[in-house]
Design a binder for this molecule. Structure first.
Ligand code: ADP
Length: 325
């Protein structure tokens, strides 16, 4: 019997997860393993929802958003009993190697699972639009989420300019400002509010005043959902109090950023990391996230990837500030 490699997607879905599944399945086959798909993340593992995946079962999915295996949360995996059940299913199906695609929660789960069952071998792939994992320059889905947000803002800019409005646009990112910062830089936003830096309303108002004086017809401010100054409605109210010239509108992009076809960059990243995860499992690696840093594949132990936080690029913060002139 061929040795088996299991694959699952967990936590929130991210565009590019399918490209990663395809890469894991085909590389596993290439190296002589039998790939087994596990549905709905850890929950499917506990429920025994597993099935072999052939090369054809991942045909035509590299361009599709979502995740053919499903993703999602599993409260049961937080308990030792749930994990014991998951382990029994792996053993029954003769699977000792696993690739888990997800974010920090997924890796925390994998770490605990490995501590209890050290005979398993698990590697993680960074699958989250938030880009908030330490140990990789980019996560799978981040580029697509940014591109969707930029496209939406390009549209809002048209109507903002026609109507002389200030739009506050909330983007996703949980407690990280990566999507907000990159979106602001790419869409030429007047300002960006991120949780990593304190929100300075006086500075924002002076940017708006400067623009108003040189007859700017519109303004766009990108707000990260986790900004410490409050939610977008509270921020809009505060700004409207301080700056009355623009009519202010708010738009929350929400889950739109998680759907749609992954960009070429995300497809390549997912494919490369997926392929590498299987190779590294084959070589005996375990307990780490497979990421990319400066074009090199880097393995970061789970405990590090979840504890530490990637840092925003200070040059991009400066860029938004200077170019908003
Ligand atoms: P993400 O991986 O996107 O951060 P979650 O935080 O929802 O998403 O985590 C995904 C799943 O990982 C959870 O539903 C749970 O099953 C599992 N998990 C998260 N943290 C732990 C933990 N400390 N112990 C065991 N399992 C965990």
């Amino acid at each position: 019997m061929r040795e088996r490699i299991g694959i699952l997607c967990s936590g929130g879905d991210a565009p590019g997860m399918n490209a990663a599944i395809r890469a894991v399945v085909r590389t596993a086959l290439y190296l002589g393993y039998e790939p087994i798909g596990i549905y709905r993340g850890y929950e499917g593992l506990i429920a025994g929802q597993l099935e072999p995946l052939g090369a054809g079962s991942v045909s035509g999915i590299i361009q599709r958003g979502g995740a053919i295996l499903g993703a999602g949360r599993s409260p049961r995996f937080h308990s030792p009993e749930g994990r014991a059940q998951a382990y029994i299913h792996l053993k029954t199906h003769h699977i000792t190697r696993l690739v888990v695609i997800g974010g920090d929660g997924t890796f925390r789960g994998a770490q605990t699972f490995l501590e209890e069952y050290p005979d398993l071998q698990i590697l993680g792939l960074p699958g989250t639009i938030d880009n908030d994992l330490y140990g990789t320059d980019a996560t799978i889905g981040f580029d697509t989420a940014v591109n969707i947000a930029v496209e939406a803002i390009d549209r809002l800019r048209d109507t903002a300019a026609a109507m002389g409005r200030l739009f506050l646009v909330e983007v996703m990112g949980r407690d990280a400002g990566f999507i907000a910062l990159h979106t602001a830089a790419a869409s030429g936003a007047e300002a960006v509010l991120v949780p990593e830096t304190p929100t300075d309303f006086d500075a924002i108002v002076s940017v708006l005043e400067r623009g108003w004086q040189r007859q700017k017809t519109s303004a766009i401010i990108v707000v990260a959902e986790g900004d410490e100054a409050g939610n977008i409605v509270q921020i809009a109210a505060e700004l409207q109090k301080r700056f009355t010239q623009y009519d202010i509108r708010t738009t929350v992009l929400g889950h739109i950023q998680r759907g749609g076809n992954p960009t070429a960059q995300d497809r390549i990243l997912a494919s490369l990391l997926g392929m590498q995860a299987v190779y590294r499992l084959h070589e005996g690696a375990s307990g780490a996230m497979v990421g990319i840093q400066k074009n090199e594949i880097v393995l970061t132990p789970f405990y590090k990837a979840v504890k530490m936080h990637g840092a925003l690029n200070p040059l991009l913060l400066k860029l938004v500030e200077i170019l908003s002139l």
